[in-house]
Write a protein that binds this ligand. Structure first.
Ligand code: TYM
Length: 325
C-alpha cells in the first residue's frame, strides 16, 4: 500500500485555497493509501506567535480535518510536536543541506526578505518539511502548487542522503491538482489566496458565515471586460471564480463557460458564492459537533502514538547510517 503524507500550518484561518489545494485532495486518498495528515505546529514557530493562540489553532485545524471528512479509523491525524522524531530528523538532514539551496527558496525570500532579524527557523523551514515527509517513507505528497519547490528540495535531500549514507529514504512524489492548485486572492487575483494577507476580503475562511461569503464574493476583483471565459493570465479574477466554482460544484470549467455566455459577472459571483456555501455549510455543522464531542484530544493522542511508531524505524536507520547508533 502506498504512503501519503501532508501537513497544514495552524496559523491564520484555514481558507478555500487550503481546502481546494490540499484538504479536498486528502479525502479520496484515504481509500487507496495509508495516510498521515499532520498539523505542523513546529513550522508555525518560525514567526513569533502567541502561545495560547497557537494551541487553539492547532485544535481548530484538527477539528477541520475531521469536519472535511478525514477519518481517524483510516488515516493517522496528529500534531507534529507530539513526535520528537521530526525535529531530530530535521537536524540530521540540515547537515546534508546546502546554504545555497535554502537561500533560493521563494517562501523564505518572500517572508524573510533578506532581513537580519528573520529567524534561523524560517531559513531552515523546508528541511523540517523534508523530515516530515521522509520519516514516513512517503510515496505521495498532496499539496498546492506553492509547495512545489519545497517538495523538490525534499526529493533532492532524500537522494543526496541515500547517495552519501546508503538507501534510507523513499523519494516522494508531489501530487498537485490541475485547476485548484493555486486559488488566488479575491481582492488581488494576481496573488495566491493566503492566511496571512492583511485584508479579510482576500480569502474565504472555511468557517465564514453564508452572508460573509456572499459579501466577499460580491467584492471580488474582476476586470473591465464583461465576458466570461477562462484565461488565468489575462483574466485572473474571472478565471479564479470559474476555478472555485468548478472545484466546489464538480462541473467542468468548459461547461460553466458555456452556461455563462452572455451573463454578467454579478451572476457568476453570486452563483460561485452559493456553490461554496453548499459545501461549507455541512462542513461547519460537522465542525461544531466535532469540537463539542471531546474526541479531538483522544484522536490526536492516538495519532501521535502511531506516528511515533512508524517514524522511529526511519529515524533509527538514519542514526545508524550516520554513525550515531
Ligand atoms: P500551508 O499551511 O501554507 O498550506 C496548507 C496546504 O494548502 C495549500 N495552499 C493552497 N492551495 C491552493 N491555493 C492556495 N491559495 C493555497 N494556499 C495554500 C498548500 O500548498 C498546502 O498544501 N509548508 C507547508 C506545510 C507543511 C507540509 C509538510 C506540507 C509542512 N510539512 C509536509 C506537505 C508535507 C505549508 O506551509 O502549508
Amino acid at each position: 500500500m502506498k504512503r501519503v503524507f501532508s501537513g497544514i500550518q495552524p496559523t491564520g484561518n484555514i481558507h478555500l485555497g487550503n481546502y481546494i489545494g490540499a484538504l479536498k485532495q486528502f479525502i479520496p486518498l484515504q481509500e487507496e493509501a495509508e495516510c498521515f495528515f499532520c498539523i505542523v505546529n513546529l513550522h508555525a514557530l518560525t514567526i513569533p506567535r502567541d502561545p495560547e493562540e497557537l494551541r487553539q489553532k492547532t485544535r481548530k485545524v484538527a477539528g477541520l480535518y475531521l469536519a472535511v471528512g478525514l477519518d481517524p479509523n483510516k488515516s493517522t491525524l496528529f500534531v507534529q510536536s507530539h513526535n520528537p522524531a521530526h525535529s531530530e530528523a530535521a537536524w540530521l538532514l540540515q547537515c546534508v543541506t546546502r546554504m545555497g539551496e535554502l537561500s533560493r527558496m521563494t517562501q523564505y525570500k518572500d517572508k524573510g526578505k533578506g532581513s537580519d532579524s528573520a529567524t534561523a527557523g524560517l531559513f531552515s523551514y523546508p528541511v523540517l518539511q523534508a523530515a516530515d515527509i521522509l520519516l514516513y517513507q512517503t510515496d505521495i505528497v498532496p499539496v498546492g502548487e506553492d509547495q512545489k519547490q519545497h517538495l523538490e528540495l525534499s526529493r533532492d535531500l532524500a537522494q543526496r542522503f541515500n547517495g552519501q549514507y546508503g538507501d534510507v529514504f523513499k523519494v516522494p512524489e508531489p501530487k498537485i491538482g490541475k485547476t485548484g492548485a493555486r486559488i488566488m486572492g479575491l481582492d488581488h487575483p494576481e496573488k495566491k489566496m493566503s492566511k496571512s494577507a492583511d485584508s479579510e476580503y482576500n480569502r474565504i475562511e472555511l468557517l465564514d458565515e453564508p452572508d460573509k461569503i456572499v459579501k466577499k464574493f460580491k467584492r471580488a476583483v474582476t476586470d473591465s471586460e464583461n465576458e466570461i471565459y477562462y484565461d488565468p493570465e489575462n483574466k485572473p479574477g474571472v478565471s479564479n471564480l470559474l476555478a472555485i466554482y468548478s472545484e466546489m460544484s464538480g462541473e467542468s470549467i468548459e461547461s460553466l463557460v458555456n452556461r455563462y455566455q452572455g451573463k454578467g459577472y454579478g451572476h457568476l459571483k453570486l452563483d460561485t458564492a452559493e456553490a461554496v456555501i453548499q459545501v461549507l455549510k455541512p462542513l461547519q455543522e460537522r465542525y461544531e459537533k466535532v469540537m463539542e464531542s471531546g474526541e479531538v484530544e483522544r484522536i490526536l493522542s492516538e495519532g501521535g502514538q502511531r506516528a511515533r511508531e512508524v517514524s522511529y524505524q526511519t529515524l533509527l536507520n538514519m542514526q545508524q547510517a550516520m554513525g550515531l547508533a
